[in-house]
Write a protein that binds this ligand. Structure first.
Ligand code: ADP
Length: 214
């Protein structure tokens, strides 16, 4: 199965990715993670990316599409299927993705869209903590780690993303509405869109997606 995960920041794309990985062994391709890896390298490009992410702005279509094309062309691990998380984010990216997947003979099956209440999105993002080592997700109130600041899964250090503050979150929401929401129409017209309730917490989300994809 090959899917894209759609929805505003905080809708639960990362949690859904965790569920799909476990249930369907899908490879997880996250452009946000790829860009954060580039930042870690400390390159000049990484610094430019960091500035954009911290402002809540999008990185150029050209750069992210290049990263995704490389990942898909090289991907030996994509045979069982994959999910794209955070890509596409513009209609141009959606069109380019169709081209890339056509060439690779790996067409998309579905676009899974999640919507959630805006107050919930804000709460989830401001309380979110991420493991620096394994990427596991925690929440200060809803899913705190057993030991403060330490990942339950691997013992890695937990951190707060630089774009998970209220001001940047508002900018990200606006960017989502203007640039990303039109993609929903794009996949609707291809009859690929499926809806999931982003207000659900992870366990219920797991049941809902299993029922949806049966
Ligand atoms: P979220 O979905 O929670 O906003 P991501 O980790 O997917 O988080 O993305 C974080 C940031 O990385 C975005 O706000 C944007 O600056 C950049 N980014 C990620 N994916 C893309 C993309 N496909 N196109 C442009 N910028 C992107």
């Amino acid at each position: 199965m090959r899917v894209v995960l759609l929805g505003p920041p905080g809708a639960g794309k990362g949690s859904l990715a965790g569920v799909l990985k476990e249930k369907f062994s899908l490879a997880h391709i996250s452009t946000g993670d790829m860009l954060r890896e580039e930042i870690k390298k400390g390159s000049e490009l990484g610094q430019e990316i960091q500035t954009l992410i911290t402002r809540g702005a999008l990185v150029s279509d050209e750069l992210v599409t290049k990263l995704v094309a490389q990942r898909i062309t090289k991907g030996q691990d994509l045979k069982k299927g994959f999910m794209l998380d955070g890509y596409p984010r513009t209609v141009k990216q959606a069109q380019d993705l169709d081209e890339i997947l056509k060439k690779a003979d790996l067409p998309l099956d579905f676009a899974l869209n999640m919507e959630a209440d805006s107050t919930l999105l804000l709460k989830r993002l401001t309380g979110r903590r991420v493991c620096r080592k394994c990427g596991a997700l925690f929440h200060m109130l809803n899913k705190p780690p057993v030991k403060s600041g330490v990942c339950d899964a691997c013992g890695g250090e937990l951190y707060q993303r630089t774009d998970d503050n209220e001001e940047t979150i508002k900018a990200r929401m606006q960017v989502y509405e203007i640039s990303t929401q039109p993609i929903i129409e794009y996949y609707t017209s291809q009859h690929k869109l499926k809806e999931l309730d982003g207000n659900l917490e992870t366990i219920d989300l797991a049941n809902a997606v299993t029922a949806l994809l049966k």
